[in-house]
Design a protein around this ligand. Structure first.
Ligand code: F6P
Length: 340
């Protein structure tokens, strides 16, 4: 932990400057966001800071939706999905007028610094805002996509992964009973990590992800040989951002080319974003929440807290939003090897 104090009264001169921090959630919600809000609030309070929660993300900042947060306000939320502060994808914050209103509201409420819990879009907004206005901002990655550069992990990913696995295990029962091929679409507009790992975990025959075109060949092979000769059923996991166009479109094409196959589609949708966070998500959220407050107290700004090799790290927003969390090629190879 970075929160070393270095003066006689236990409070460093730098740390005295900060009096009130704001915390908010932004973009798509993710299980574990509440655990992060709780950790930020309690860490800040334990350092003698005041905390305000901003409702509905950047939109609420523009509209002045500020509430005081005390320890009891974040009690009993560590196990809850969603976000008690609500969230939004704010179009107004994309305009300079919107950002000016947001800044004036922060000044009105004497907010000295901000913790934003969200993904790519939220940190892009934070980067622009902190370049325009002198307000230190630290980010906590919260998205089920696990697609942020600089961190091994984003809050919500583990819960979503387990939700997908549980749902697909159930679909496998009926797929097997009827001898059907199911095309199951999981979330991830631009990121296939959820699809790849859930596909491996459920023993999917084929996994289609935006990052790898080779998988389309695997699908052709499976349809031409594997299914007809030895399979009685099959699971194809499709990341929603796959370039072949999502599960419905792919299933249509496959049905046209192979009218003899019994094909069904299942789109898991927003079920993947809800639910009580797993222990892993709660712990990650708590660690990152405490680290975010520490970073602000240490005069850090425009950084995202990440977890790398089980240690918290600081990643500049500029890198976190520009670069992409690449897919581990080993996982693709593993899938290929075991699907003989
Ligand atoms: O970024 C998280 C995510 O769930 C993506 O996987 C998905 O493509 C997107 O959000 C859906 O967003 P919305 O809930 O706004 O439709």
């Amino acid at each position: 932990m970075n929160s070393k104090v270095n003066t006689e009264n236990g409070v460093s001169p730098k740390r005295k400057k900060l009096q009130k921090i704001g915390v908010f959630t932004s973009g798509g919600d993710a299980p574990g966001m509440n655990a992060a809000i709780r950790a930020v609030t309690r860490a800040a309070l334990s350092h003698g800071l005041q905390v305000v929660g901003i409702r509905h993300g950047y939109q609420g900042m523009i509209e002045g939706q500020f509430i005081s947060l005390h320890s009891s306000d974040v009690s009993g939320i560590i196990n809850q999905g969603g976000t008690i502060l609500k969230t939004a994808r704010s179009k107004d914050f994309l305009t300079s007028e919107g950002r000016e209103k947001a800044y004036l509201n922060l000044k009105k409420h004497d907010v000295d610094a901000l913790v934003v819990i969200g993904g790519d879009g939220s940190f892009t907004g934070a980067l622009v805002f902190s370049q325009e206005y002198d307000i230190p901002m630290v980010g906590i990655p919260g998205t089920i996509d696990n697609d942020m550069f600089g961190t091994d992990y984003t809050i919500g990913y583990d819960t979503a992964l387990n939700t997908v696995v549980e749902a697909v295990d159930k679909i496998k029962d009926t797929a097997s009973s009827h001898g059907r091929i199911f095309f199951i679409e999981v979330m991830g507009r631009e990121a296939g990590l959820l699809a790849l790992n859930s596909g491996i975990a459920v023993g999917a025959e084929v996994i289609l992800i935006p990052e790898s075109k080779e998988q389309h060949e695997e699908l052709k092979k499976f349809l031409a040989k594997g299914y007809k000769t030895k399979e009685t059923s099959g699971i194809v996991i499709v990341a929603e951002g796959d370039e072949m166009g999502g599960a419905i479109k792919i299933a249509q094409t496959v049905t046209e080319e192979h009218p003899d196959l019994d094909v069904r589609v299942s789109i898991l949708g927003h079920i993947q974003r809800g639910g009580s966070p797993t222990a892993k998500d709660r712990v990650a959220a708590t660690r990152m929440g405490v680290a975010a407050v520490d970073a602000l107290l240490d005069d850090q700004k425009s950084i995202m807290i990440g977890l790398k090799n089980e240690k918290t790290v600081h990643v500049p927003f500029s890198k976190a939003v520009k670069l992409h969390h690449s897919i581990d090629e080993d996982l693709i190879e593993i899938q290929r090897v075991i699907n003989i």
